[in-house]
Design a protein around this ligand. Structure first.
Ligand SMILES: [Zn+2]
Length: 269
């Protein structure tokens, strides 16, 4: 996820909470607030241990979690988000998660394949810049929410970013079938649902107004951007439930349907 768009070149992440200050629901480098001086490397070892447990539970490779300065709150949010998304969508293949360089964004998802197969899988990277500075992340994300670039979300920015990337993982799982269909699928839904209200009016314009309920990140230079719109819609529904917008609900369903169609072909469901 990028945080920018409104100001090109700006470096930014992509979460979305209604977060303010230290209000990260899943985070908390709580331990260091104790009046106890931690031994060198203690937090790094703790972060590595949390990451190792993620590997043990899901077979996900982890990289970079033991780097100095990585906030344990960020580590916990990444791991919790993956645990919770995989509990809901257990056939999604996440090969690895890395804390490292993410140019101009908070996190990114990369399409890959299971070794020696054509089965789609995903690698996720989370920005080291933000994993080591949650206050800056919170500020940048709050700013993006104010601009409408991200929708307000009920979870912390690290957690929200991972859920967005998980949306990309579902896109890949569905062989990106949802990408080419997203806009026409939305338009068909709109016509079926509201078409009668527009006899004589400009349907295209009213459709666009309805579609504009999606986050600003779902558009690029004014055009609908289906890849990000799908990930944004996925995150909106996963994080906000019934409060997510109607076009987000429609895209979320399309995304899950295309992934499930592949899992069905594989005999997984
Ligand atoms: Zn994205």
């Amino acid at each position: 996820m990028r945080v920018a768009a409104a100001s090109p070149g700006e470096q930014g992440p992509q979460p979305h909470p209604g977060s303010s200050g230290a209000d990260f629901s899943h985070s908390g480098n709580a331990e260091p607030q104790l009046p106890v001086r931690r031994r060198r490397g203690e937090l790094e070892r703790l972060n590595e241990q949390i990451a190792r447990e993620l590997t043990e539970r899901h077979g996900i490779e982890v990289y970079g979690f033991g780097m100095p300065g990585v906030d344990t709150g960020a580590v916990r949010e990444i791991v919790t988000a993956l645990d919770e998304m995989l509990a809901k969508y257990p056939h999604t293949r996440i090969l690895s998660v890395e804390i490292g360089d993410v140019e101009g964004g908070i996190a990114r998802a990369f399409e890959d394949r299971l070794p020696y197969t054509d089965i789609k899988a995903t690698r996720i990277a989370f920005s080291k810049k933000y994993a080591t500075d949650l206050a800056r992340l919170s500020e940048d994300v709050s700013d993006a929410v104010r601009r409408g670039y991200f929708l307000p979300r009920s979870e912390g920015p690290v957690y929200s970013a991972i859920v967005h990337e998980f949306g990309h993982a579902l896109t890949y799982a569905g062989r990106s079938d949802a990408v080419g269909r997203a806009d026409s699928h939305l338009f068909d839904y709109y016509l079926r649902t509201y078409g009668n209200e527009h006899s004589g009016g400009d349907v295209t314009e009213s459709y666009r107004n309805w579609r504009d309920q999606l986050s600003g990140y779902s558009f690029w230079k004014g055009d609908f951007h289906p890849i990000e719109a799908l990930a944004e819609a996925f995150a909106d529904v996963e994080l906000n439930g019934d409060r997510a917008s109607e076009p987000a609900q429609v895209l979320h369903k399309l995304l899950v349907d295309t992934a499930e169609s592949e899992w069905r072909k594989e005999g997984l469901i």
